[in-house]
Design a protein around this ligand. Sequence first.
Ligand SMILES: Cc1cc2nc3c(=O)[nH]c(=O)nc-3n(C[C@H](O)[C@H](O)[C@H](O)COP(=O)(O)OP(=O)(O)OC[C@H]3O[C@@H](n4cnc5c(N)ncnc54)[C@H](O)[C@@H]3O)c2cc1C
Length: 558
Amino acid sequence: MTEIVVIGCGLAGLSAAIAGAERGAHVTLVSPMVPERSQSVMAMGGINAALDLKGEGDSCEQHFADTMRAGCFIADPGATRRLAEAAPDVIDWLSRQGVCFTRDEQGRPAQRPFGGQRKTRTCYSGARTGKQLVSALATQARRYEASGAVTRLMGLRLLSLVLDDDGACVGAVLVDPMTNEAIALPADSVILAFGAPNGVWGKTTGSQVNDGCAAGIALRDGLSFGNLEMVQFHPTTLETPSKRMLVTEAARGLGGRLYALRDGRPWYFMEEWYPELGALMPRDVVSRSIYRVVHEMGLKHDGRDEVLLDITHLRADVIERDLDEVLDTCLTYRGIDPRVEPIPVYPGVHFSMGGILVDEGNRADVDRVMAAGECACQFHGANRLGGNSTLAAVHGGRLCAESAVQQGPGASGPRRDAALDEALAGARADIAAWSACGPTGEPSRDVRARLVQTMHACMGIYRDAAGLERGLGTLRDLFEGCRSTGCGESYYDFLSTREELRLAVAMVGSALERKESRGAHQRTDFPDTDDERYRATMVTSWRDGRARTEVRACQTHA
Ligand SMILES: Cc1cc2nc3c(=O)[nH]c(=O)nc-3n(C[C@H](O)[C@H](O)[C@H](O)COP(=O)(O)OP(=O)(O)OC[C@H]3O[C@@H](n4cnc5c(N)ncnc54)[C@H](O)[C@@H]3O)c2cc1C
């Protein structure tokens, strides 16, 4: 029987676990928190599939074309075409797993418009799509758990991948951050589904459990990453003391209008600048437009870096039913009632298009390692379409399981056991060494504050060489300092601070090397798109103690 270890139990991890169990494998599902606490539950807007229920002539080809265009033609065309083609089956599979989609009068999944797409193709469950998806898949995973096909290990985080002498993955070492206990799990394949590296950004729309540590570890342990500079700023987020809360694109899909006050009167800048799609232009375009209105034209709302999103013209019952989370969020965190007053919004860090580079079977470039969901780089190019990431997580998770089962059993016996024993002994020695000297050097709280400040200063909506080089210098110094002194309140705090810094160094390095502007990566010193050199993937790996980035040509998009 094929033994699969899945790291992370959001939509990608759950889909991989269920698909692995469906194919007769035994799956161990590892994560720090239960699935209901994964970032996937936050998805509000929906999940895309060209079902053409409105008779608009939508097709998988059109879905593929919209995705490639929004991603500025650097997504993997073969994999993306397969994603669009698989989407109707994904919706069907999800329905069979028990997902309650909002339905139309004929009982079919209802669909609504989303940004950057010419057709109505986003299925949803009110504004709580993620909760519906995760709770249905988590229930299925528990059924497989009861039958013994899935084992769940909660409270653990990735510490290292274990490779044998041939460079193939034979398992993973995990740590319980509360007790510092480490364990080694043998595996024929390891599927990475640990989500976005939010920790390097501080306040984002996402979950802080996704700290970025696992991505730093994957980079350290030999995996190549793609397009790390491609980070999506969602145009409509609401500032709160602890994080930036998302105001879903569905609010604009249902007719929400963005405006700023000019000479005391509402000015609908998106409608004037982009009459065809208005506020539903792709997210990078809307974010840059808001930046321009606020910073270049000085049209701030009440002196704050914000513009206004108006949904007051929508019927109250539509807001209460289809935008329930938006209503809750605004009332709870800012005391604003969007049924009667506009919502102040500004772009915030929302999604990583870059991540572990995978092929059409979601295989990484270390043998027997697969990756899916937001930690992987494949489908979204320079800018993700709303509704494509839940789709990519489910589809990618299922593909990972298919690839793992196809590869079947890997190495076993004394050589594999020796590799696992050695990795576990090394991990325990590291933990003991940290415990023996305790926290030293600059407190991790301060190091993290500087990491976050540096990332926002040099990797914002606009970037340039001077800022990126300054940022890279600071991050390298922080990384070296953290490596030698062992800052941190606990071993895991030390490890995650160091690995987040490693990842941040790689991200800024990749941004420096892409000397053009494309989608989410806008360089004021290279304002043009350079298709000849950079219609390409920036591939970053960690070699000889440094992040190295090379430009790899994309397959052409037929
Ligand atoms: C507010 C918000 C709204 C969104 N709305 C939509 C939407 O409407 N449509 C859409 O398509 N997309 C949306 N997205 C994006 C989408 O939800 C995510 O990209 C997608 O759900 C990611 O799924 P995932 O399984 O890759 O990751 P996650 O759901 O983030 O799961 C990651 C898992 O890895 C675990 N993990 C983290 N670190 C470690 C570690 N060190 N070791 C082991 N395990 C670890 C976590 O605990 C978790 O179980 C939204 C995102 C946000 C933040």
